[in-house]
Design a binder for this molecule. Structure first.
Ligand SMILES: Nc1ncnc2c1ncn2[C@@H]1O[C@H](COP(=O)(O)OP(=O)(O)OP(=O)(O)O)[C@@H](O)[C@H]1O
Length: 698
């Protein structure tokens, strides 16, 4: 902005009323001005003389200009302006030549309208340049149109943003250049802000405003900005924010304590669990050094260790009845520079307790199981029986044990009569008393009487001097099992009957009966009724003994017991011999198929034998005795079950025939005779089969 004093023609001296027109003309040409103020002697402004008026007066005057006073050419009341007036204000005053006078009335210069116009033009030009510079230096694109819609301004940024538009935009219609809605602004005259629009791949935001002059819309301005980057940045920011909040939720929802530090160990993030364990709140902890927190919480310089080792470090801190598992994990950038350390803290106290409780519970369960197993064992006294037959026997024993009745146990040899008898004793009220078994068949008749009843001093020649207490007395308050009762001598049977009836005995050579409190059990594998018929056993004794008959089925009738018995004896002998052996499925199958004429005793002996003689840990079918194999085959038929080379099949048939013959006749001679070959052939073949068995893989 400029002022009058900058553009006026300054005057140090004015014309005075004494000056002639000639002098005035000279002065004007000296100061190169079109006019000059005239003052009186007191310095008061009289008016103004201009070149034009001076020339006119000179031309139309007969007198010489030197004789004509300049007062004759003075224009009175000239326009007076102040030097501090703005040019635009001066322009508003109507003058061709104005006198410039200071506040104090001193004339300081003149200003012609032409000079004023030139100055104003220069000022306008400067302002245009200034505006242009401003527009071009603006970060935003600016487009200005006139009332016709033609572009009057299109700044550099606009050119950059609309690269396809050149500078030639100026003068073109805005719709041909940038369709940014300026024509609407022209029509409505309304300003609009933050309008988004897209051109190609880019997004812009724009403010539009009308240009209004003297109430008329004379144009419109659009200022716009490319927000594509901002938009993608803000989208990225939103994604980052979302990620951040997701991360926060993850960190906060972790059941472990989590703390993230920067590479200097300053806490940047921390979750509630970590805060709880650290007894602090996030505000206090964030920004603090992890070392002091570590000192207070778990007392180990974990962060420093991670820094030293540059790898995860885990420590366990057990103190104050608390167990903390803390691990520090370094996080590196692509260049291997440490960025963060993530510290994970798990309070193991509860877990350890749980684990301990679990171990305790397991131990208790195992104990209970052991207890219940040993109770079951106790209830059957180590006797195995899972099938209905044996369960019935066990139940009967349980009931009979509570009473004093005599029990007669029937069953083939080796079925477990003695074991059952003992079980009865242990379940009875006499369990604390003695259990005595006497095998009646194994003791000669003469001895049996003294064994059973005892004898007094010197009762017979050869008797011990002090006498002998018999089994009945030895079994006092307990149980006496008379095994093999079928072999009990007929002539002693009345004496036994008496004992059963009277519950007293008279030792050999004694006179006085002695009271006995013994529960009598008897066992036999013989058919006593048949013996009674044959006169070998007394019927009355039989009835006395057979108060409660209990029959124990042979093993071949209770297949379901075979595997439990096999396992029972395997465990028993494993313990006895200190090694562990298993039976192959084929052996178990053979056991199941076998008839077990010797019952449980035979099975027990077989298991012991196989376990002792077997070289490997797995007992194979090849280790079974030949007789066992042949008799265990379901059908006694000689057969070959699968396709095999003829020679092998012939060998197999030969082997089966020899086995069968040996089993049937018991000697190689008889077998050879039955098979129609020499005995030496049978022996040779047997030797060959044994070799083959030994060579075949176990
Ligand atoms: N059910 C069973 N559970 C475990 N072992 C058994 C069972 N039955 C029999 N035994 C065992 O088999 C062997 C023979 O049993 P036990 O002597 O009781 O038979 P037994 O019928 O009395 O024979 P015997 O008539 O020849 O006297 C013993 O070692 C015994 O422990």
């Amino acid at each position: 902005m400029r002022w009058v004093e900058e553009v006026m023609t300054p005057l140090s001296v004015c014309l005075s009323d004494t000056n002639s027109c000639l002098e005035a003309l000279q002065r004007l040409s000296e100061i190169n001005s079109s006019g000059c103020p005239v003052v009186d002697k007191a310095g008061e402004l009289l008016g103004i003389v201009t070149m034009k008026v001076l020339i006119e007066r000179t031309i139309h005057n007969d007198r010489s200009p030197a004789e004509v006073s300049c007062l004759e050419a003075v224009e009175r009341n000239p326009v007076v302006i102040k030097p501090s007036l703005r040019l635009a204000e001066a322009w508003a005053c109507q003058f061709d030549l104005a006198v410039v006078i200071e506040e104090d009335g001193q004339v300081v210069g003149v200003l012609s309208r032409a000079d004023l116009a030139v100055a104003l033009y220069q000022e306008a030009e400067f302002q245009v340049k200034e505006l242009e510079a401003i527009l071009n230096s603006a970060h935003n694109g600016i487009v200005v149109i006139n009332s016709d819609g033609r572009i009057t301004s299109f700044n550099n940024r606009a050119v950059q943003l609309f690269t396809e538009v050149s500078r030639e935009a100026i003068g073109r219609h805005v719709l041909d250049v940038v369709p940014i809605g300026l024509m609407e602004t022209l029509e409505t005259g309304k300003s609009e802000y933050s309008q988004e629009f897209r051109v190609g791949q880019r997004t812009y935001i724009m403010n539009r405003a009308p240009v209004i002059q003297e109430g008329q819309i004379t144009g419109a301005v659009g200022v716009f900005q490319d927000i594509s980057e901002i938009k993608s940045l803000s989208q990225e920011l939103a994604a980052v924010k979302e990620l951040n909040s997701e991360l926060n939720s993850i960190i906060q929802s972790s059941t472990d304590g989590l703390c993230v530090t920067d590479s200097a160990g300053i806490v940047r993030r921390i979750n509630r669990i970590f805060q709880k364990v650290s007894l602090g709140n996030a505000q206090d902890l964030i920004g603090r050094g992890i070392q002091e927190i570590e000192e207070a919480v778990y007392g180990h310089p974990l962060f420093d260790l991670v820094l030293q080792r540059k790898q995860p470090v885990t420590i366990i801190d057990n103190k104050n009845n608390r167990s903390l598992l803390v691990s520090g994990n370094p996080v590196f950038d692509e260049d291997g520079k440490l960025l963060q350390v993530v510290i994970n803290l798990r309070d193991m106290t509860f877990l350890n307790q749980m684990q301990q409780e679990l171990i305790d519970a397991k131990r208790i369960r195992e104990n209970c199981q052991e207890l219940s197993e040993s109770r079951d064992h106790l209830e059957t006294g180590g006797m195995i029986g899972t099938g209905p037959e044996m369960i019935r026997v066990f139940e009967l024993i349980r009931r009979v044990a509570k009473v004093e009745s005599t029990v007669l146990l029937f069953g083939e040899s080796g079925v477990g009569k003695e074991g059952i008898g003992k079980l009865l004793h242990t379940q009875s009220n006499r369990a604390e008393g003695p259990f005595i078994k006497l095998n009646c068949g194994a003791i000669p008749e003469q001895l049996l009487e003294s064994e059973l009843f005892g004898y007094e001093q010197g009762a017979f020649t050869g008797a011990r001097r002090e006498g002998k207490i018999g089994m009945f007395e030895l079994a006092h308050n307990g149980t006496l099992l008379l095994d093999e009762i079928g072999d009990f001598p007929l002539n002693l049977q009345p004496k036994l009957l008496r004992v059963l009836q009277e519950r007293e005995i008279v030792p050999i050579g004694g006179a006085m009966p002695r009271q006995i409190n013994v529960r009598i059990l008897a066992a036999t594998h013989k058919d006593l009724e048949e013996m009674i018929r044959a006169g070998q056993f007394r019927e009355d004794l039989y009835f006395r003994l057979n108060v409660v008959p209990i029959s124990i089925p042979p093993l071949r009738q209770r297949h379901e017991d075979i595997i439990p018995l096999l396992n029972h004896f395997r465990d028993k002998f494993s313990k006895k011999y200190g090694f562990k052996r298993e039976f192959s499925p084929e052996v178990i199958e053979a056991f199941l198929e076998y008839d077990w004429p010797g019952n449980v005793r035979e099975l027990e002996n077989m298991v012991e034998r196989l376990m002792v003689v077997s070289a490997g840990d797995l007992i194979q079918v090849s280790q079974l005795p030949i007789s066992f194999k042949s008799s265990s085959s379901k059908s006694a038929r000689v057969s070959v079950n699968s396709l095999m080379p003829l020679k092998e099949a012939v060998d197999e048939v030969e082997r089966q025939l020899i086995d069968k013959a040996l089993e049937k006749f018991g000697s190689t001679y008889k077998a050879a005779a039955a098979l129609g070959v020499n005995q030496s052939t049978v022996v040779r073949r047997m030797a060959r089969f044994r070799r083959t068995d030994a060579e075949s893989p176990a």
